[in-house]
Design a protein around this ligand. Structure first.
Ligand SMILES: Cc1cc2nc3c(=O)[nH]c(=O)nc-3n(C[C@H](O)[C@H](O)[C@H](O)COP(=O)(O)OP(=O)(O)OC[C@H]3O[C@@H](n4cnc5c(N)ncnc54)[C@H](O)[C@@H]3O)c2cc1C
Length: 286
């Protein structure tokens, strides 16, 4: 197996264009497990760890741009104020070792329906910045990036450069059900992001459908009926939970049954919206 080691982004794009079968590796926390277990045997590995600019994040035109090499540990340490939902999700990923190596871009590359980054990225309206040598930059909304179980919208010659997310304008929450508190793949998960300026609430469901997905009918309900100056109406909250549960399309597997997942998505939806709404009202009162 060849091991390609570009030191610049241009070299990385050239390597992927010349060898579309080369498998990118960033933290390696998915890739190395798959190779160890012989799940795949790529013709070449394209190690992106020497491309320094991938490890940076920054603000560009009011948008937070997270380089593909930014680890979960950095998200937890540095982005909690800017992207609280993503930082909460990052805190639940694996163990310190995994958070020190693993990246949000790697989560997107793997495109597992259970990946913890996906619900907060969907709720916040994130956009995935991908690039190829031949066609330049392409911006893909997170909601269009997930195509199927472990399938994403990347073309064979494309790499993920960064994830672009608007800094939180309102409270954001992430919730994950697992069989224990740490080192656990989500049985299911849920994220909510309040966008007070747009009078909109974003949602993201994880591990309860072939792909991460938004609860669109639930979002539309709140856009129509939520009174942004009042306490949360219990009937509206219940309806929101029902519509989020209905948006799930899970399967029975070793981690949980479909019926349990549907139930849990509804519970997490009500809980996270309640937490976010309490913060929203507290901020207004302050
Ligand atoms: C013990 C353990 C615990 C884990 N716990 C969790 C957990 O709690 N929650 C969770 O969501 N995940 C978990 N994972 C899975 C894994 O850590 C995450 O999916 C992580 O985000 C992968 O990031 P990485 O940088 O290590 O990706 P890599 O393993 O390097 O790559 C993953 C995929 O993304 C592709 N890729 C990477 N970078 C790019 C790029 N720039 N452009 C295009 N494609 C790219 C790779 O080719 C590969 O297909 C766990 C894994 C282990 C081993």
């Amino acid at each position: 197996m060849d091991f390609l080691r570009p030191t610049t982004w241009a070299q990385a794009l050239a390597a992927k264009a010349d060898r579309p079968g080369a498998l990118p590796v960033q933290g390696g926390t998915d890739v190395m497990v798959e190779i160890n277990f012989d799940v795949r045997r790529p013709e070449a590995l394209l190690d992106l760890n020497q491309v320094a600019e991938l490890r940076e994040w920054g603000m560009t035109d009011g948008i937070c741009r997270i380089g593909a090499g930014v680890t979960y540990a950095t998200v937890v340490d540095e982005l909690g104020g800017v992207l609280p939902g993503l930082a909460q999700a990052a805190r639940t990923v694996g163990s310190p070792q995994i958070r020190n190596r693993g990246t949000v871009a790697g989560n997107l590359g793997a495109a597992s329906p259970a990946g913890d980054s996906h619900p907060p990225l969907l709720a916040a309206g994130a956009v995935v910045e991908v690039e190829s040598r031949e066609r330049g930059t392409r911006l893909i909304p997170a909601a269009e990036f997930y195509l199927g179980v472990k399938r994403n919208a990347l073309e064979p010659d494309e790499l993920i450069r960064a994830v672009r997310v608007e800094p939180a304008q309102g409270p954001q929450y992430f919730s994950k059900v697992g069989t224990r508190n740490a080192m656990v793949i989500a049985v299911c998960s849920f994220a909510v992001a309040l966008h007070p300026g747009e009078r909109r609430v974003g949602t993201g469901i994880g591990s309860a459908a072939p792909t991460p997905r938004r609860a669109l009918e639930a979002e539309a309900l709140l856009a129509r009926e939520l009174d942004w100056h009042a306490p949360l109406d219990p009937a509206l909250l219940a309806r929101f939970g029902e519509l989020c549960a209905r948006a799930a399309a899970p399967i029975d597997d070793v981690r949980g049954t479909a019926a349990y997942r549907v139930h849990a998505v509804g519970v997490m939806a009500r809980r996270t919206l309640t937490w976010a709404w309490n913060d929203h009202l507290a901020r207004r009162a302050a």
